[in-house]
Design a protein around this ligand. Structure first.
Ligand code: DX5
Ligand code: ZN
Length: 213
């Protein structure tokens, strides 16, 4: 499976150095945006992403908005250099409108569900999205334990994708490592990995392991 690297748990003063070391090994960079309202943590905004863009002009930036009122900030995050913008269905009052807004900036649109939200709740949006991001931890922090309840969700999304010829990528986020990755590798196109990679004594080897599960 492909790997989207989350830099959430990297010391921000060392993000440049970390990315320069292994950005070529990962397929996407996953950018966790938190507003302190939708989730109990605050991270970074579009200005930070714009600066990261200077490190690599071509890498796919997969921006994960864990914020209320996502529509207010889609323009800024698209201009910062995101190829994918994923928002939470729980945070949007008009999900189809948010999807259209993202696409209007020529950015691919993703929807994400928290552990308590079911796949059935987003089924009607599946024909219109480019990515579905299943949270396998409660969003807010890196380094948490993988929740097994996410396995059935990615499995179901993969069945629905095949049965209906949908084009979305299936992505999973939270607690992914070389053990939990085995549970989901057959159902996802890519997986987000943060602490397993960045806190590993050999990050390149950790990425390699995820690629080869
Ligand atoms: C959690 C974030 C995740 C997280 C992944 O709210 O959305 O992207 O940083 O980190 P690990 O791999 O450490 O769970
Ligand atoms: Zn994330």
């Amino acid at each position: 499976m492909k790997v989207s690297l989350s830099i959430l748990t990297v010391d921000y003063l060392r993000v440049k150095e970390s990315l320069e070391n292994y950005i070529n090994d990962v397929d996407y960079v996953h950018l966790d945006v938190m507003d302190g309202v939708f989730v109990p943590n605050i991270s970074f905004g579009p200005a930070f992403i714009k600066s990261l863009r200077k490190i690599d002009e071509n890498k796919i930036f997969d921006t994960h908005l864990m914020i209320e009122y996502p529509d207010r900030y889609i323009k800024e995050f698209s201009e910062a250099g995101s190829q994918y913008i994923t928002f939470h269905v729980e945070a949007s009052s008009d999900v189809l409108k948010t999807i259209e807004l993202i696409k209007s900036y020529n950015v691919k649109a993703g929807i994400s569900i928290k552990p308590k939200t079911t796949v059935e709740e987003i089924e009607k949006y599946l024909p219109y999205v480019d990515m579905v991001l299943v949270m396998s931890v409660e969003p807010g922090f890196g380094g948490q334990k993988f929740m097994d309840s996410a396995v059935d969700k990615v499995k179901r999304l993969s069945e629905l994708k095949k049965a209906n010829n949908y084009s979305y990528l299936i992505n999973i986020d939270g607690g992914i490592n070389d053990v939990t990755g085995l549970k989901i590798k057959d159902y996802v196109d890519l997986a987000v990995s943060g602490s397993y990679v960045v806190n590993n004594k050999d990050p390149k080897e950790a990425i390699n392991k995820l690629h080869n599960l």
